[in-house]
Design a protein around this ligand. Structure first.
Ligand SMILES: C[S@@+](CC[C@H](N)C(=O)[O-])C[C@H]1O[C@@H](n2cnc3c(N)ncnc32)[C@H](O)[C@@H]1O
Length: 259
């Protein structure tokens, strides 16, 4: 169920920093998300923070940079060994594996608090896997603890349809909701949204997507023309270029309290 990260391992590790015009290594792009995590960490100080699908550990490093408490233990859980191979900070413990299988007891003791975070991962669950992934996260939290995530989420249905059409054309079992659907999913899975706001979008270049999803030149051309045809009326999504397009991947930050 969902997208197998094995298909992306050729762009993981050192090459990851070049994705989406450097979005995932840009402290300015992550600043508002990092601030939301810090606010949650002040509300219920956690003994441990785990970044689910945390890749290279970039967000945990940003938390340390803005003054996260020295004693907080930090974990990154990711299915890609290649991503974790560049996560070398001595304070971060890397756990290789699917985050569907981690247990709270691997991270904190009985009397301790846990904060879970995740950026740009939920869409890997595909449409069918959203509820299962969110329920797994909720099961690992106690009432009052937080899950703060920045996830692919559009303001409206037309834009989420456009992104999901792009995933289809790329042959990727990934999926994003729009705000109304994400709110419903989170609520049904046992979360109360205490804060949410739009995060900077990632700009994706069609040629980079072709490399990432291993499309032939012919498949790239087909993808470009089909997406242009189907999305030309979706505002601010797709910008044609001479050889393809750039498009805007919408993100939103959600601070979610386990209830
Ligand atoms: C778009 S990247 C985001 C990386 C990181 N969160 C960041 O913002 O820089 C998605 C990450 O999720 C990981 N991932 C995807 N599905 C996963 C799963 N089921 N279990 C664990 N990690 C997963 C991928 O290996 C990848 O590192």
């Amino acid at each position: 169920m969902g997208f197998d990260v094995e298909h992306e391992k050729h762009i993981h590790g050192k090459a990851w920093s070049e994705q989406a015009k450097g979005y995932f290594v840009d402290p300015q792009k992550s600043a508002a998300y990092v601030s939301a995590i810090m606010r949650a960490a002040h509300l219920l100080p956690p003994q441990a923070i785990a970044d689910l699908g945390g890749g290279t550990g970039f967000i945990l490093e940003q938390l340390m940079r803005v003054g996260l408490h020295q004693a907080t233990r930090l974990f990154v859980i990711d299915a890609s060994a290649a991503q974790l191979s560049v996560c070398t900070h001595p304070r971060i413990t890397s756990i290789t594996g699917d985050f569907q299988s981690f247990q709270r007891s691997d991270l904190v003791g009985d009397a301790e608090h846990l904060l879970l975070i995740s950026r740009s991962v939920l869409h890997y669950a595909g449409k069918a896997g959203q509820t299962a992934w969110l329920k797994q996260v909720r099961r690992q939290l106690r009432v009052g603890e937080y899950f703060v995530h920045q996830s692919g989420c559009a303001d409206d249905l037309a834009t989420s349809n456009a992104v999901n059409r792009l995933f289809e054309l790329l042959g990727a079992d990934k999926w994003i909701p729009h705000l109304e659907v994400m709110t419903k999913l989170l609520t049904e899975c046992g979360f109360q949204i205490t804060e949410d706001f739009v995060a900077p979008p990632a700009i994706m270049i069609s040629e980079d997507l072709a490399t990432r999803y291993q499309l032939t030149a012919e498949a790239h051309t087909t993808m470009v023309s089909e997406l242009k045809d189907s999305c030309h009326e979706v505002p601010n999504f797709l910008t044609p270029t001479e050889t393809g397009f750039t498009c805007s991947f919408p993100f939103r930050v959600f601070s979610c309290k386990a209830v």
